[in-house]
Design a protein. Structure first.
Length: 328
């Protein structure tokens, strides 16, 4: 009788505790780390908002289905390893590593937690994955296809220049993946009928020194390769090009939105939104090693007619007709 009473008490306690266990399981939400080398301007980051939108499209509600843990590098690449290690200690279900410095830091911090990259310059060439079709390991996501676009950018710039000749390429050699992008533009230049030379910038101080060289040498045009440094200084770069009446082509449309002349490249916001698809699949059990790395389905050209007028440039009709968006 005593054993029977104990059994009944135990069963009753289990029955009382069962709803609490069920509720605790229901309340457990996924943890998604988000690592970026730049700090948002004006307390708003359009890349992060694009990711959140993508998660909503995948049926995930922030605060209900997942929790975001965001870490910003504030433009200081030397901080990325510590920030990645901090995220890994939180044991997130997946890490979204925006741009190559974040990807490299996350890969160094963990070989097991899945990593999704919304954008990457050259994941195979940089040694991040074995191939686009079969990445292997714990890393997958999307590739900018950036190195292959240098020749097209030079061709577009040539069409708007009155006297095509020397083009300064402004880029950051400290940023992983940029070397391949500069080399592609340099190798493509002779076939396009242009001459390019390098302007290397690693920090704001070197940026001002590069501006002094441009003022002295007076190139015919400017090709800017985007990275966290140049993105954070885009207003200053666009202002300088306007002051010096220097036609410039950029890799991303954010420079055109800031008043630059033209851009040709993938829509990075769309790629960031698409990265949520990878995160959602991983949260449902998919393995990064089995998820092919995507390349952008669309390359867009954006023109700013106001900038063209300020530079005294007439955009050729064929370029106007093929532009995806014309800002006036």
């Amino acid at each position: 009788m005593h054993r029977r009473r104990q059994l009944l008490i135990a069963l009753g306690a289990s029955a009382l505790l069962a709803p609490f266990h069920s509720r605790a399981q229901q309340q457990k939400i996924a943890v998604v780390g988000y690592l970026s080398p730049v700090v948002p301007q004006n307390n708003s980051d359009f890349r992060l908002e694009a990711f959140r939108q993508g998660m909503r499209e995948q049926g995930y509600v922030e605060g209900k289905d997942y929790r975001l843990e965001v870490r910003w590098g504030e433009g200081k690449l030397e901080r990325m390893n510590a920030l990645a290690a901090e995220l890994v200690r939180m044991k997130p279900d997946v890490i979204v590593a925006f741009s190559s410095p974040s990807v490299l830091a996350a890969r160094q911090a963990t070989q097991t937690i899945p990593i999704v990259m919304p954008v990457s310059s050259d994941p195979v060439g940089d040694g991040l994955v074995g191939s686009l079709a079969h990445p292997g390991g714990n890393l997958t996501g999307l590739s900018l296809m950036a190195p292959e676009l240098g020749a097209k950018r030079l061709q577009l710039l040539k069409q708007v220049l009155s006297k095509p000749g020397a083009v300064a390429v402004l880029w950051n050699p400290a940023y992983k993946g940029m070397g391949a992008r500069f080399a592609e533009a340099k190798n493509a230049a002779p076939a396009v009928g242009m001459n390019v030379y390098s302007l290397e910038v690693r920090d704001p101080r070197e940026m001002e020194a590069a501006f002094d060289l441009v003022t002295r040498d007076r190139p015919d045009g400017l090709l800017l390769l985007a990275d966290p440094l140049t993105m954070s200084m885009r207003a200053r770069i666009v202002e300088f090009a306007r002051e010096k009446r220097l036609p410039a082509i950029y890799e991303t449309r954010e420079f055109v939105d800031a008043g630059g002349l033209m851009s040709y490249g993938p829509n990075v916001n769309a790629m960031t939104r698409r990265s949520a698809y990878y995160v959602a699949r991983i949260l449902k059990g998919a393995k990064p090693a089995d998820m092919p790395i995507e390349q952008p389905a669309k390359i867009e050209m954006v023109l700013n007619l106001g900038a063209a007028r300020a530079l005294g440039i007439t955009i050729p009709q064929p370029i106007l007709l093929t532009a995806d968006q014309v800002i006036d």
